[in-house]
Design a protein around this ligand. Structure first.
Ligand code: CTP
Ligand code: MG
Length: 237
């Protein structure tokens, strides 16, 4: 029984603005992807890290992994991604060897997740939960709106009770067979989900939440780069 981490890193990072693909942008001089790979390798449970790279960036990602060695216990694989995050995750799952029974899916765009969060997710899966997500309570109140055309104010439809809402992060952890089944079902039904656990929910399988961490935030917009650099500077201090 081995655990692998699949890191989807094939996105362009449109919301971050012009530049290299997001996963290859640097934080404190090191590519975001390398931070994310190290964050997974820090967990003693993880013996394989599969990086899903931009199709035109396989060689570059392999070189980066060679330049940034990991602990001896950690193997790596690099595979090409697809047009959507879901397709990229699928490509990573397809590359897993038979003896992998627990899978973590972790965004390259969450480079600073602490190892304790990774370990908590793995432990919950090994304790029997088929799907586990780290999540935090929300600071902002959330409104559901009726989308309107550009320039038209959007009417509010509902205000979900904030105390019952959670913002989910990665790594999300799964029993491998359950996640494979979820991907197979989506291939048949067509419709997708905005996270991996969402696909498992559509199977009718219960997903459970463990505490997430503020430092597992996703680097999405330029301001997030400022925060990530500040977190790294604080860690070095
Ligand atoms: N991802 C991927 N393949 C895709 C799209 C996204 O592997 N076709 C990965 C990204 O590299 C990222 C993670 O999924 O690590 C989360 O996606 P997101 O933060 O949306 O990254 P991007 O899609 O790159 O950013 P944007 O949506 O701003 O373009
Ligand atoms: Mg995206």
């Amino acid at each position: 029984h081995r655990t692998a981490a699949v890191i989807p890193a094939a996105g362009r990072g449109v919301r971050l603005g012009p530049g290299a693909p997001k996963a290859l942008r640097t934080l404190a001089g090191t590519p975001m992807l390398i931070h994310a790979v190290r964050a997974m390798a820090r967990s003693r449970a993880v013996s394989l890290v599969v990086v899903v790279a931009p199709a035109d960036g396989i060689g570059e990602v392999k070189n980066l992994l060679d330049e940034h060695p990991l602990p001896e216990r950690t193997e790596t694989l690099v595979v090409p991604g697809g047009d959507t995050r879901q397709e990229s995750v699928r490509a990573g799952l397809d590359a897993l060897p038979e003896d992998i029974t627990t899978v973590l899916i972790h965004d390259a765009a969450r480079p600073l997740v602490p190892v304790d969060t990774v370990d908590a997710v793995v432990e919950a899966v090994r304790d029997g939960a088929p799907a586990v997500v780290p999540a935090l309570p929300l600071a902002d109140t959330v409104k559901e709106v009726e989308p309107a055309g550009p320039g038209t104010p959007e009417p509010v439809v509902a205000t979900p009770e904030r105390s019952r809402l959670r913002a989910v992060q990665t790594p999300q952890g799964f029993d491998r067979d359950t996640l494979d089944r979820a991907h197979a079902a989506i291939a048949v039904n067509g419709e997708g989900a905005t996270d991996d656990a969402g696909m498992v929910e559509k199977l009718g399988v219960t997903v459970v939440v463990v505490p997430g961490h503020e430092e597992a935030f996703k680097v999405t917009r330029p301001l997030d780069l400022v925060l990530a650099e500040a977190v790294l500077a604080r860690r070095r201090a």
